[in-house]
Design a protein around this ligand. Sequence first.
Ligand code: ADP
Length: 816
Amino acid sequence: MIKLDRVNKYFNKGKANQIHVIDNTSMTLPDKGIVCLLGPSGCGKTTLLNCIGGLDKVNSGKIWIDNQLITRFSSNKIDTIRNARIGYIFQNFNLLDDRTVFENVAIALRMVGIRDRTVINNRVRYCLEKVGIDQYRNKLAGSLSGGQRQRVAIARAIVKNPRIIIADEPTGNLDSGNTLEIMNIIKTISRERLVILVTHERNIAEFYSDHVAEMKDGRIVKAYNNDSSRYLDYQLENKIYLQDMPVRSEFAKDDLKVSVYSDEERQAEIKVVLRGNNLYIDTGGRLNVVDETANIEMIDGHYTAMDESYFEDKDFNYTAYLPAKYKAKYTSIYKLSNMLSSGWKTVKNFKKVRKFLMVGFVFAAMFAFLAVSNVLGILDVKPVDYRTTNGKYLTIANPEKTDALLEVVEGLDSVTYVMPGETKISISLPMDDYLQTSYASEDLTVSLALSEVLKQDELVAGKMPDDPHDVVIDKSIIDEFLREGLGNAVGLDTPEEFIGRRLSVPNLEDYRICGICETESPSLFIDASQMIYILSNANDVNDEFAFDGGDGEAEDIIKSGKVKDIDLATSEIKVKSGKAPESIYEVMISADHEEEIEIGKTLSVKVAGHKLKLVGFYTSDNAGEDTYYVHADTIRADYIGKQKNFSAYAENPQQLKAILDSENLPSKINDERDRRAYIHQRKDQLTSAIVVAAIIMLISLIEMFLMLRSSFLSRIKEVGTLRAIGLKKKDIYRMFTGEILVITFITAIPGILIMYFVLTQITKITYYLQGLYIVNPFVALATLGVIVAFNLLAGLIPVYMTMRKTPAQILARTDI
Ligand code: ADP
C-alpha cells in the first residue's frame, strides 16, 4: 500500500523562479488495479510519480511504501526499495539502446539477485513473449520501433514481479494502434498489481483505470473510483470504416468497378491509368496519394466503440519461471571481472579520436615511470654512495681539546676505541711501477679504522693483517679509483692488483695493502700502533670539521713524527748528549743549538699548552736538519690540542649516542651526518625530479578527467536509466571504475614497459645515471599503482558530481 501525507515539492526553492509543483497532496493508493493521475501537461504528475518512486525527493510530507516511510530513507535505502518493489515504465522508454532486448530485461533480474542462467533465460523470454516481442530478443533495443521499445520496457518492469508498476505516460510517444496494445498489456498486469499511470488522455484514463485522481496545479482536485460501464471511443488512425464514410459513389464499366468513399463532397478530376500490373493516379497535385503499403486498413463496416471484452482475454502469470523462494533483493551486478570486461567493451567502441587520445596516456605513463624512477633513485641512497667515514663512528665534540674527555668516552662499555679528530685523511698510492711513472701517485681519501674491529667475513680478497704496517682497504675506495680510470697509466685495473701495493704517508715508512674488505664504507684498516702517526702526518681532509690548528711553532713539531722511528742503530740521527725523549713533553734538538741552551731547560715552544723540556742533542746525516724530536705521547697531545672533536668507534652507534645524550655530551652518528649531507647536496636534483613528476601527473590527471567526463556525458542517459530502474550509485562507480582501469592498464602497462627498457639501457651507460634512476619491477608496479590511483581520482570526479543528483535530475538532464 502506498500512502502520501501532505507532500510538498518545489523546484528552484527560494529563487525567483520557484515552482510549487506538488501542493500539500495527501492520498492513499490501493494494492491493485490501475490508478490514473490525470491532468493537463505541467500540473505536476511526473513529479508526483517520481517522488513516489524514489527518483526524486520531497521538500516536506511523508510517503509510505508498504508501511516503510521512504521519505526518511537514504538514497541507498530508497534504491533498495525501488529495485525490489517498483517497476518503472517511462514515456521515452529509457532503454539501454546499445544492448539487446534480452539484455535490457535480464539486467533487471540480475539486479534483484537472480544469477541462474536458465531461470533468467526462461523468465525473460516468458515476459518478452507476453508483450509480444520475443522474436526480437537478440536485436539491439535502439533498432526497434517505439511500440516495440515500450514492450521491452514493460517486460523489464514486470520481469522481477514487483508489487508496484509506475507508468509515466507510457503511450505518450506511441501511435493509437500501439497505444491500445500497450494499455491492454498494462491492464493485464494490473489485475493483481498496483499500476500508477500518468496520462493526459481522458478517454484512455476512463476506459482503463480503476481509480482516477485528477490533478491541477500540483493538487489533486478530484479522486474517484472508475466503475462506470466502459466504452472506449478510440478511432484508430490506420483504420478506415467504409460504411461510415458520408459520401459514396461507384463507377462500373464492363469488368472494371471503382468505388469512391469520401469524407465530404469534393470537386476533383482524377485520372486513373491501368497498365500492365501498375496503377497510375494523377490528381493534378491536389491530393496526396497513399497506397496499401502505408499499413492502412479499409474495413467494409461501421466503427463500434470498444468495451471491456477488448482487454479481458489476456492472461499473465506473475511468478512464471521465478524460483519458488524468490524474494527480490538488491544485488550488485558488477564484480571485478565484469567491471573490466564491460569497461573493455566500452573502450573498444571508443571513436577514433578518443582512441588516438589514449596514446597520450602511453606517453604520460612513460614519463611517470621516468619520474618515479628518478625520485626513488635520488632518494635511494646506498651507504657506499654517501658514507665518507666508517659507519660505526660517532663524532663527539671536545671543546677542551684535551685528553680528559677522550679517556672518559674510551672508558664507556659500548666504545671500542677512540680516535682523536676526524678519521678521514688523504693517503697516497705511489704508482712508481715504471721509470716513466717514478713520481706518479694518486691520493685516496679514506676513513681510518683499527684492524682489530675488522671481521674475517668482511675480507673479500687477500689476508688479514699480521704486521703493524699491513693495512686492509675497502673495495669501495678501489671501485671509485678504477671507475675514474686513475690506474690506467700503470695498467692497474682490477681490485686484486691492489694487494701488495704500498700506501704512503709523509715522514712515515710505507704501508702495504694485505687485503680488501667490504664494509660499505671507504675504510682503511690500520694497526692501532700506527694511528697517531698516520693522523698527524697525513694530509687532513676534514677542512669543514677541523679546528684552527695551534700556533706556528707547533706545526713544526708535527714534522717530528720520525720520533717513532728512533731506532738509533739505523737512524740518520744519533744522540750526541743527553738522551732521546722517553715521555711526554720531552724534546731532543739538533746539536747545532748546543751553544744556546742547556739540557734540562725548557724551550719556549708549547705543545697543547705545555713547554717542552730539553733532554738531549743529536747529530744528523742531513746537514742543517733542525727537527724537534719528541715522544709519541707529545705528538698525540699536540694533535688532540688542534682538534675540536674526536671519533668514537662503537659496534652499536645508536646505543652509544643514547648514552652520550644522557651524559649531555654533544655527538653525531657519522652515518647519519654523512647521509644528511649527501641528501642535502642532492636536494636540488630531487626537487626538480619531483616537480617534473608532479607536472606529468597533473597533465595525465587532466587528460583522464576530460576523457572520462566526455565518456561519462555521452553515457549520461544510460546512467540515468540505470539509476531510475534501481541500480545503486556504487554500481555506477564500479561501471566507470572498470572503464578507467581498462584505459589505464592498456595505456600505462605498455608505457611503463617501454620506459623500463629505455632506462635499463641508459643506466648501463654511466655510474652517474645508475645512481639517478632505479629500474626494477617494484618501481614499475609502484608507478602503475600511482597512475591507477590518479586516474581513478580524476575519472571518478565527473561520476561523483552526477551521483549527487537524484535519478530524476539525471534523467531530466538527458532530456535536454
Ligand atoms: P506533468 O508531468 O504533469 O507534465 P511535471 O511534473 O513534469 O508535469 O512538471 C511540473 C512542473 O514542474 C512544470 O511546470 C515543469 O516545467 C516543472 N519542472 C519539472 N521538472 C523540473 C525541474 N527539474 N526543474 C524545474 N522545474 C521543473
